[in-house]
Unconditional design. Structure first.
Length: 227
């Protein structure tokens, strides 16, 4: 996820006469997407890459973070991610080496949400700002962080109560037809807890890490489960 503001407009506000000033564009920073993102910002938004003022990682899986260093070099914006990463690295809680995909699946199936994938350790070195549950994003305090441990130990969602937008990373992904699939891990208790929190929010716009955005009054009323 990425935040863009103009130099003297650091806070978000929206009235019928005011165009939206903060754009949240993607939460996936793989190589091709970073290229498309730069094109989109320049050609469609008519902004410069330097207008990006914050890069937020919803988690460290490669499809969301593999080119974040490239983006950071281009825009010089800080990278922010869940503070749980810092804790896990300090405590050396790292999964033994599997292939990246196998590691992702194992961490989900076996419930090792207190362990980091070895590949994530490299990505962690790119993080400038650590984010804690419930706090606001630095410079965008009206965007709230919701820790959603499950898909990865460091998974987080970001919620904006005034515009009723939720960016949920891979905690939920959209399927064909607009229904949502829970990908937040197999721990039933944890799942109920996170879903309870998310369902208590007023959400009209839900942006999953994969699939189309869901525009609905109660997007979380019907959720399918992976296992
Ligand atoms: Zn993903």
């Amino acid at each position: 996820m990425l935040k863009l503001v103009t130099a003297n407009q650091s806070s978000y506000s929206r009235t019928p006469l005011q165009p939206r000033r903060v754009h949240t564009i993607t939460d996936r920073f793989a190589k091709l997407i970073v290229r498309l993102l730069c094109d989109y910002i320049q050609r469609f938004l008519h902004r410069t890459i330097d207008d990006i003022d914050l890069i937020v990682l919803t988690h460290f899986h490669a499809d969301h973070s593999s080119a974040v260093d490239k983006l950071r070099r281009l825009c010089h914006a800080p990278v922010a991610a869940s503070a749980i990463n810092r804790q896990l690295v300090t405590e050396e809680k790292i999964l033994p080496k599997f292939g990246h995909f196998a590691g992702q699946v194992l961490s989900g199936v076996l419930g090792h949400h207190d362990l980091l994938l070895p590949a994530s350790v490299q990505q962690i070195k790119l993080v400038d700002i650590w984010l804690n549950d419930v706090e606001g994003l630095p410079g965008h305090l009206d965007w709230r962080i919701i820790a959603s441990v499950g898909h990865a130990s460091e998974s987080l969602c970001v919620y904006h109560p005034f515009s009723e937008e939720l960016l949920c990373g891979d905690t939920l992904v959209a399927l064909e037809g607009g229904s949502l699939l829970w990908r937040g891990g197999a721990d039933r208790h944890q799942r109920e807890e996170i879903l309870h929190i998310l369902r208590s929010l007023s959400i009209r716009y839900l942006y999953p890490g994969h699939g189309r955005p869901v525009l609905s009054l109660q997007p979380l009323s019907k959720v399918e489960f992976e296992w």
